[in-house]
Design a protein around this ligand. Structure first.
Ligand code: UTP
Length: 286
């Protein structure tokens, strides 16, 4: 898999006023913008051609993955900082597509497929869903291996408490191997009692090229938006789609809302900032 699509054209209304001028995808989790973690996950899985679907006011996302502005004399930076900056220079092939109006996630992905060769499978990665894995490989790497093994689309799933089911797209299916299900049904934001399943879609997908023609024809659904889930429901009727259920060593943070963003920073700081745990404990005690 050589290509990934990162849809980043949403308006981030939940994060106003912070997102008024700065795209939420560039908010930092410690020293890196959220979207850089997502791009690194894409690169680890082999997808180094990254298609950013963005809109007005989001140009800085592209600049972040371009060569550094010559106003910084890189040679004068401390070595460990210089390394962090220089690794960005050649990390990915930056491909940019515009979604002029935010007509929905399905529409953004459809726009992204315009620049991907017809017969190529590709990943879709939501930039506000940050995944930290303590296992050996990233979620995207595992999904890529699975997609190659079975030659089909794979979507990542996480177990969620029953009372939050209605906030997600939920997948039902039967177990194929440990941590992998063959999906039989997808329900977007189910009403109470509509499904027994607690497996929620979390924002990582690998699609076969079959999805492209479906996306071009899918009609606006919930909220008048073109929904990716509606396209996936149709894909299910044509092809096998697998669900990869993440394990307990994998932590997902929805950085598109305040709580998820704060938790992601706390988690990263606990792992990377010396003495952070002690300091936060002291702060809580005070
Ligand atoms: P969200 O609905 O979570 O993000 O879409 P949002 O619209 O930016 O945020 P709020 O709800 O207004 O606070 C999930 C992902 O899909 C992208 C968003 O950028 C986000 O990464 N998206 C959504 C698009 O690219 N285009 C769209 O038309 C809708």
């Amino acid at each position: 898999m050589k290509y990934s699509i990162i849809p980043a054209a949403g308006l981030a209304t939940r994060f106003l006023p912070a997102s008024k001028c700065i795209p939420k995808e560039l908010f930092p989790v410690l020293d890196k913008p959220v979207i850089q973690y997502i791009v690194e996950e894409s690169v680890e899985s082999g997808a180094t051609n990254v298609v950013f679907v963005s809109g007005s006011g989001k140009e800085a996302i592209l600049d972040h993955f371009d060569r550094i502005n010559p106003k910084f004399s890189v040679g004068k930076l401390k070595e460990h900082v210089r390394e962090k900056v220089e690794e960005l220079d050649d990390m990915i092939e930056v491909i940019s597509v515009r979604q002029k109006s935010p007509l929905g996630l399905g529409h953004a992905v459809m726009k992204g497929t315009f620049v991907i060769p017809e017969d190529e499978p590709f990943a879709v990665m939501l930039p506000d869903m940050l995944i930290f894995s303590e296992g050996e490989s990233s979620v995207m790497q595992e999904m890529s291996t699975l997609s190659e093994k079975y030659g089909c689309s794979v979507i990542a799933l996480m177990k969620v408490p029953a009372e939050t089911q209605g906030m997600y797209g939920i997948a039902e299916g039967k177990e194929l191997e440990n941590g992998v299900i063959e999906i039989k049904r997808l329900i977007e934001k189910p009403a109470e009692g509509e499904t027994e399943s607690n497996l929620a879609i979390l924002g990582r997908y690998i699609f076969t090229p079959e999805i492209v023609s479906i996306l071009k024809n899918v009609k606006p659904g919930r909220g008048g938006e073109i929904q990716l889930t509606d396209a996936m429901v149709e894909l299910l009727s044509k092809e096998r789609v697998l669900g990869f259920v993440i394990d307990e060593k994998t932590h997902v943070f929805d950085t598109g809302n305040m709580e998820g963003f704060a938790l992601a920073n706390a988690y990263a700081a606990l792992r990377r900032v010396d003495g952070f745990e002690e300091k936060i404990k002291n702060l809580i005690e005070k």
